[in-house]
Design a protein around this ligand. Structure first.
Ligand SMILES: Cc1cc2nc3c(=O)[nH]c(=O)nc-3n(C[C@H](O)[C@H](O)[C@H](O)COP(=O)(O)OP(=O)(O)OC[C@H]3O[C@@H](n4cnc5c(N)ncnc54)[C@H](O)[C@@H]3O)c2cc1C
Length: 491
């Protein structure tokens, strides 16, 4: 069979990457996106002259020749991004207690040993592991020789990966007695695999996880241009309600407005739960898939309080985790002991000259509270947003004297916002949480009993993130090429 027509549901990063790969293989591709812009979770919004970033802290693959860099180059012109690499990953601060987490392992170790000498053994073990992983090159790409060499390099580390892969962040936190180090490992997502932070710091140590200036909007614009310039069609306001199936084959989709679109293959880059249980009515699944949806934990949802500050906050950390005196109550089930603030003085596109955009992230698993409140009592929903914003603003102003009385814009996004604009199940910020139980083994990209249908994106790759959006799109496109009898040769 030669390449035919493909419909891609969802214009997030996975949908755009899948669209580009399929175009490069010769398929006619239409991406159907429910929202009025592409990007999904990788987005930002403009308010009163400020741009508030929702996603990118770092892009793995930013380094020329680094891991994943070649794959990003397959989907867009990476040289058009300007990367900023902060030497500091983040600063942790409680009152006068302060820890700076550097990206460079040597500086990180020196800082931690200086501030927490009582934890020397755990610090050396942790940083030593980061160093080992940073020296590693994971198998990727199409070169059998390179994959084999990478695989060989991995072998001596397998016992370590297996041992530490059984630990959560909360487990590892018990190794420390310094309160900020303990909090860093246990606050927020304590169930996250310990290896997640090790790999993140290792990519940073490699200089391969920098921030693209212009953030998500810039990245997504380049992907969108790459897709359109290759002749792909991207349609907005196109919410898919059903996937049409005839004789065990996906043959198209039905949109919310009743229109139907037919195609040779259908790829869903939308939320996994909605795809399997709503668009396909749960008809093509099995015990294994159901069990994962019943037992795997998702990443939390979140509130984001964004502040437009009429002052230049240069000199302050780019990312700071504050432990304010007062715990912030988010919703009936959730309180926040810490507040992660990103101070975008490093990105001039985010604010007018002399001003600074700030975003503060507050995770919660109580998405139903926010979605129900928004539907049932819009006035109280707004009041609740204002209440949380006031608490966050107070904590921020208490720490940053330069911002006091100079906050010009306050914007609050809630889990209900995440669900409305991206459709993600439970308002999850990255799909499945990567835990010792999930590992990083992907979920199936095809469903039992259904041909000509594939899934890509964060819901088939525990841990989520932009790399998994890219790499699932790549591997699924390869599979489609193979099953269609097409050579994997990108035009
Ligand atoms: C606060 C935050 C910080 C993050 N930081 C980073 C980071 O620093 N680095 C990193 O790599 N990752 C980060 N991530 C994760 C990353 O943003 C996501 O994992 C990634 O963008 C997921 O892409 P996706 O295309 O798989 O899914 P999504 O972005 O969810 O895209 C799905 C798309 O499908 C559309 N859709 C859904 N249902 C339908 C339907 N029925 N019909 C039509 N369209 C539909 C949605 O509107 C959406 O556009 C962060 C995420 C958050 C929230």
């Amino acid at each position: 069979m030669k390449s035919g027509n493909a419909l891609v549901i969802g214009g997030g990063v996975a949908g755009l990457c899948a669209g580009i790969y399929l175009r490069r293989l010769g398929f006619g591709v239409e991406i159907l996106e429910q929202h009025s812009l592409a990007g999904g979770l990788a987005t930002a919004w403009k308010r009163g002259g400020f741009t508030f970033e929702n996603c990118i802290h770092w892009l793995v693959g930013s380094k020329d020749g680094g891991q994943l860099n070649a794959a990003w180059k397959e989907v867009f012109d990476v040289s058009r991004l300007v990367f900023f690499e902060d030497p500091v990953f983040e600063v942790l601060e409680r009152g006068t207690d302060r820890l700076t987490l550097y990206r460079d392992p040597g500086r990180l170790e020196a800082e931690l040993l200086d501030k927490a000498p009582q934890d020397a053994a755990a610090i050396r073990e942790f940083v030593g592991l980061v160093r080992k992983i940073a020296r590693l090159r994971m198998p990727e790409g199409d070169s059998l020789l390179r994959n084999a060499l990478a695989g060989l390099g991995l072998v001596p580390l397998l016992p370590l990966l297996s041992r530490y892969g059984k630990l959560t962040m909360a487990d590892y936190s018990k190794r420390f007695s310094h309160p900020l180090l303990r909090a860093f490992f246990s606050a927020g997502m304590g169930e996250l695999s310990f290896l997640a932070i090790v790999f993140t710091l290792a990519w940073m140590a490699q200089g391969n996880a920098a921030y693209p200036v212009g953030g998500s909007l810039r990245l997504v614009r380049l992907l969108e241009d790459s897709f359109r310039n290759r002749g792909g069609a991207l349609r907005f306001g196109a919410r898919v309600e059903r996937i049409l199936v005839e004789g065990g084959r996906a043959v198209g989709v039905a949109l919310q407005d009743g229109e139907t679109r037919r195609a040779d293959i259908v790829v869903s880059a939308a939320d996994g739960h909605a795809t399997i249980f709503d668009m396909l009515k749960g008809r093509f699944t099995n015990g294994r898939i159901r069990r994962k949806y019943e037992t795997y934990k998702t990443f939390p949802s979140y509130l984001q309080v964004s502040l437009g500050v009429g002052a230049d906050l240069k000199g302050e950390p780019g990312t700071i985790v504050l432990f304010p005196d007062e715990i912030i109550r988010l919703d009936p089930d959730t309180t926040a002991e810490s507040l992660t603030c990103r101070i975008f003085h490093f990105d001039p596109t985010m604010a007018p000259p002399g001003k600074t955009a700030v975003t503060c992230l507050l995770p919660t698993y109580n998405e139903p509270y926010w979605s129900d409140l928004r539907r049932q009592d819009p006035a109280r929903y707004e009041a609740e947003k204002l209440r949380v914003a006031a608490a966050v603003t107070a904590a921020f102003e208490a720490r940053f004297a330069g911002a006091r009385g100079r906050i010009e814009v306050v914007d609050v996004a809630t889990p209900a916002t995440v669900v409305r604009y991206t459709g993600n199940w439970k308002g999850s910020m990255e799909g499945w949480l990567y835990t010792p139980a999930t590992g990083i083994r992907p979920l199936p990209c095809v469903l039992p009993g259904l041909r000509n249908f594939y899934m890509v994106g964060q819901w088939i790759a525990p841990g989520g993130g932009l790399p998994s959006a890219l790499m699932t799109a790549r591997s699924v496109s390869k599979r489609i090429a193979r099953e269609s009898g097409i050579r994997w040769k990108l035009a």
